[in-house]
Design a protein around this ligand. Structure first.
Ligand code: SPV
Ligand code: MG
Length: 431
């Protein structure tokens, strides 16, 4: 079981398990899916493994709780050689269907147990409870701490740029099913580029923190996933400590600051424009001072290295990465504007040789052929799609705007627009 939102359906199964164990004077052992196992096929549970374990091990029907670290039951079944395996009929279809077939095969192979499948309790399900919980919302602390929990449970995380509540709703709700697993975005990127562009301003730290926080507040009112904030250079150390506290108060999970000074320009411009990198000691001081001043344990300060962007070389990037981690950075973002990911992979491998755990973040805007899964296989923890929703919407909007002018009416553009009925029904409460 995941046993996150316990409901009568779970109790029914545990009770039946107890009845079977009484028949043979046996014990009921509950295989509790770890956060990693759950995150491999659906959203992260509300309660972490330890919390869920406390709940189920205190149930009168359960004698022992053991972790199940993957979706597969194989290891636990081989270990326990159970007389009965009890599982609700919910696995007859969906992501666990394959595992059911495997369990049947394995029980035959081991010639050890019988599969008992109590009828799935009608009228209540974790999915439905989850929907209800979603509509209630999420507290500041619960959202803030989600990113660290997700990093532990899953690799890589897929993060999508969101510059408004509406784009965030798309990032929140979009999903595809692949091999029975639900793949969705794990959170939002508040991008300085798209926050600036959507206000018609250049990406040069010209948008005030207050203005950007208003957007995040709008996003947070209608979503429950974590957000990573792009704070450009972070500004002066004395100002950055206030930025961190403000972000924490709002429930933002992480801030990224880049090691540049002076008038910051967008990284994808590289050395085509004049940009300066901060020196290592200065930047370490910024990280360290902010770390000492943050108010929650879970907030992350991620140091972004611009050495590859500014063509300072791999060794400079690595020296900085180790120095920033030593200064207290909770993660490293390594950026590149090359079309292939070679330098990102080289950096990741060299860094991982010495540091197995500090999260690595990448932004594959220019090296866009490599998949998130491949990046994850090299040891990258977070993949940020940093500007795609804004870029997509601009092209779509401009096309329709020109189409109306060209035809002097909107009739020809209707196919490119959402149906009026669909927009009226999009946001609950409109109708
Ligand atoms: C942003 O999205 O604003 C970023 C990433 O900082 S990049 O545009 O690639 O610099
Ligand atoms: Mg930026």
């Amino acid at each position: 079981m995941s046993a996150d939102l316990i409901h009568p359906g779970h109790i029914n199964i545990m009770k039946i398990a107890k009845e079977y164990s009484n028949k043979i004077d046996g014990r009921v052992v509950l295989g509790l899916l770890t956060d990693e196992a759950i995150a491999s096929y659906k959203r992260l549970p509300y309660m972490n493994f330890e919390q869920r374990k406390v709940v189920v091990e205190n149930m009168e029907f359960i004698d022992e709780v053991i972790p199940q670290t993957t979706l597969s039951y194989r290891d636990n079944i081989i270990k326990l050689k159970p007389r009965y395996v009890i599982h609700g009929t919910d696995w007859l279809e969906g992501p666990q269907k394959n595992e059911r077939d495997n369990v049947i095969k394995l029980l035959k192979e081991l010639n050890c147990g019988e599969l008992i499948e109590p009828e799935y309790t009608k009228g209540i399900s974790s999915t439905q409870l989850n929907e209800n919980a979603r509509s209630i919302g999420i507290t500041t602390n619960a959202r803030l701490s989600l990113l660290k929990r997700l990093i532990k449970a899953k690799k890589p995380l897929r993060i999508l740029e969101s510059h408004s509540a509406l784009s965030a709703l798309i990032a929140q709700n979009a999903f595809v099913e692949k091999n029975g697993k639900k793949i969705e975005f794990d959170g939002f990127w508040s991008s300085s580029l798209t926050d600036s562009t959507s206000r018609g301003k250049p990406d040069i730290e010209a948008i005030s923190l207050t203005s950007r926080l208003n957007t995040i507040n709008d996003i947070f009112e209608v979503t429950n996933k974590p957000l990573i904030y792009d704070a450009d250079t972070g500004g002066k150390v004395e100002h950055f400590v206030f930025t961190v506290k403000t972000l924490e108060r709002l429930g933002v999970s992480a801030v990224v600051i880049e090691d540049k000074i002076g008038l910051k320009k967008n990284s994808l411009l590289g050395n085509d424009v004049t940009q300066f990198q901060d020196d290592i000691d200065n930047f370490c001081l910024k990280i360290n001072t902010a770390k000492k001043n943050q108010i929650t344990d879970d907030f992350m300060i991620i140091a972004r290295i611009e050495s590859l962007i500014l063509e300072k070389g791999m060794q400079d990037a690595l020296n900085r990465a180790f120095a920033y981690v030593k200064a207290g950075a909770d993660g490293i973002m390594i950026h590149s504007r090359l079309k292939d990911p070679d330098e990102i992979i080289e950096f990741t491998q060299a860094f991982r040789n010495q540091d197995k755990h500090t999260p690595i973040v990448v932004v594959p805007t220019s090296f866009n052929q490599i998949t998130a899964e491949e990046l994850g296989s090299y040891g990258i923890n977070i993949v940020i799609y940093a500007n795609h929703l804004l870029r997509a919407s601009f092209i779509a909007m401009e096309d329709v705007a020109k189409g109306i002018l060209k035809n002097d009416r909107s009739y020809e553009c209707e196919d490119k627009c959402m149906k009026i009925n669909d927009i009226l029904n999009l946001i609950p409460g409109t109708v």
